[in-house]
Design a binder for this molecule. Structure first.
Ligand code: SF4
Ligand code: SF4
Ligand code: SF4
Length: 189
């Protein structure tokens, strides 16, 4: 499978700008909340998405029953692929949203037709468990636009984050509470 043609993506900036703007606005609003909640501590836990290897531990090591880690989508980097390696099982029987073809064990990724041959993928955070399977798939064959972040509307900001202790790649770090997210961004040539 070949990586997506970034030229195709940049020509579709009308899509990119609108969708990515919405995504950032959501995280920005949550950033305000976390600053109020944890300003005494001044720092919060976050995942460096360029270091994370999507090992699966984020889904199971959080002290919360439902992990505070969720998948985030950098729409500006996405190729809007029909054959999305973050959404589909390897060698799917059909390129559609049949449950047997989906990589996500929680059914948390929604696929929506935009126009031939483009599809948009959005994450339903209420279903996402932070397992990172989609992240691994997207990094392997796609543009790497899916990535994991600690969501600060959920995280307890534990002194010792149990996921950080179990993280095999050292991707967890403390970041300033007023800049609580480390977002992936498209490199514009
Ligand atoms: S594959 Fe895992 S990380 Fe990705 S959306 Fe589904 S539950 Fe979330
Ligand atoms: S700091 Fe605590 S609540 Fe937040 S992600 Fe780590 S273990 Fe989960
Ligand atoms: S434990 Fe570390 S490497 Fe594994 S998915 Fe979480 S941040 Fe990524």
């Amino acid at each position: 499978m070949e990586k997506n043609n970034r030229g195709d993506v940049s020509r579709r900036s009308f899509l990119r700008d609108g969708l990515f703007g919405g995504s950032l606005a959501g995280l920005g609003a949550l950033g305000g909340l976390v600053f109020n909640k944890t300003k005494a501590a001044n720092t919060v836990w976050q995942i460096d998405p360029y270091v994370c290897i999507a090992c699966g531990n984020c889904a199971t090591y959080c002290v919360l029953e439902e992990s505070a880690v969720k998948c985030v989508h950098a729409f500006a980097m996405c190729g809007y692929c029909d054959l999305c390696s973050g959404f589909l099982e390897p060698e799917p029987r059909e390129l559609d949203s049949g449950a047997e073809n989906e990589l996500c064990p929680a059914g948390a990724i929604q696929r929506r037709f935009v126009e031939d041959p483009y599809y948009e993928y959005t994450i339903d955070e209420s279903l996402c468990n932070g397992c990172g399977k989609c992240v691994k798939g997207c990094n392997a064959f796609g543009n790497g636009s899916l990535f994991l972040q600690v969501r600060h509307d959920r995280c307890l900001n534990c002194n010792e984050c149990s996921i950080a202790a179990a993280c095999p790649s050292g991707a967890f770090k403390r970041v300033p509470a007023d800049k609580p997210y480390i977002l992936k961004e498209a490199k514009h040539e």
